[in-house]
Design a binder for this molecule. Structure first.
Ligand code: SAH
Length: 321
């Protein structure tokens, strides 16, 4: 596959504004390199056994924060290059006019566009995906790595293929942490936007008696089915095609949805119908800056907010009704 890689140099402060603007034109898959995050990650290594920081990576970190976008090289995506250029120009003027505050500095915002084919990058991410403990009880491990489970964690084996969900993205690990905290054994769990199936597997390993994953992307459903089998949880968990909860006749004690702020809000109107009394709605894919909007929306729908947990730019919201 041919692809377009757009690399934007920025500052730590510029990352969030860039990501938000990119999301507005439908670009959600970005790789963020922030040396500051990296330092935090190294701190986390102490408390969370992160295993995936290797020396080569440390050496390759530049001190300039960068946002990189990878898109398949199609006619439509080539138009996104113009959108990205426009976003950069808008941000430059917004910074110059003081919209982000007098002292705001978003770095050079220099854009570098490359066209390439995927032989190199297809497997590149695999170097960064190493076994990691992502919640009190759960370790996630790529199928191609080995893990010595001497502490007896519940280990999720995953090959995300073309689907989202390696477990190392903040939004996924936040959801796993919240499942680990709020899920009781013998709960029923509905996983809306199951991607690779990672949250369904986590729910099953945490003792759920029944799990249903749905996704609007047929490829994700295929990948999820394979991963459920790989983890031998297909006796309690299944994945099927679905658009949010449309046409789904299923009631769960926990509904987990790692989508995006707007989709979470769309889903929240219908989700109560799929929840048992005293159930929890765990949602993520929400940028911290949208946290209040989503929480208020949930309150308007009759939910009570139980917990909001942040990690970097992202948060997860746990609500009950
Ligand atoms: N649950 C996984 C994947 C999250 S990515 C994890 O936590 O890592 C979000 C997933 O939601 C994607 O797989 C996407 O295809 C799916 N999705 C997006 N819109 C959806 C919709 N309207 N209905 C169902 N799934 C949706």
């Amino acid at each position: 596959m041919k692809y377009i890689a757009m690399n934007i140099e920025t500052s730590s402060a510029g990352i969030e504004a860039l990501i938000t603007s990119l999301m507005e034109v439908g670009i959600t898959d970005v790789v963020v390199e922030d040396p500051r995050d990296f330092e935090e990650l190294m701190d986390k290594k102490q408390s969370y056994d992160w295993d995936y920081v290797d020396e080569d990576l440390v050496a390759s970190m530049s001190d300039v924060p960068k946002v990189t976008i990878y898109l398949e090289d199609t006619e439509e995506n080539r138009r996104q290059i113009h959108n990205v250029e426009a976003i950069i120009e808008n941000l430059k003027s917004a910074v110059a006019s003081g919209l982000y505050g007098e002292a705001a500095d978003f770095g050079t915002l220099a854009l570098d566009v490359k066209f390439d084919d995927d032989t190199e990058w297809k497997d590149k991410w695999k170097e960064f995906f190493k076994p990691a403990r992502i919640s009190d009880n759960i370790v996630v491990k790529p199928t191609w790595e080995t893990y010595d489970n001497k502490d007896g964690y519940k280990v999720i084996e995953i090959d995300p293929g073309m689907a989202f969900g390696t477990g190392t993205h903040e939004t996924t690990s936040l959801c796993v942490k919240m499942l680990d905290k709020y899920q009781k054994e013998s709960d029923k769990v509905l996983d809306v936007g199951c991607g690779s199936g990672i949250l369904s597997i986590a729910a099953a390993l945490l003792g759920a008696k029944d799990v249903l994953g749905v996704d609007i992307d047929p490829i994700a459903v295929e990948v999820a089915v394979e991963n459920l089998e790989l983890n031998k949880v297909n006796d309690v968990a299944r994945a099927q095609y679905g658009d949010l909860t449309k046409g789904i006749d299923y009631k769960a004690n926990i509904v987990v949805a790692n989508l995006m702020a707007d989709l979470v809000m769309m889903l929240s109107g219908d989700v109560a119908k799929h929840m048992e009394p005293n159930g929890y709605f765990i949602s993520s894919g929400i940028l911290v800056e949208k946290e209040e909007v989503v929480a208020n929306h949930l309150r308007e729908q009759g939910f009570e907010i139980v917990e909001i947990k942040e990690d970097g730019l992202w948060c997860a919201i746990v609500a009950t009704i």
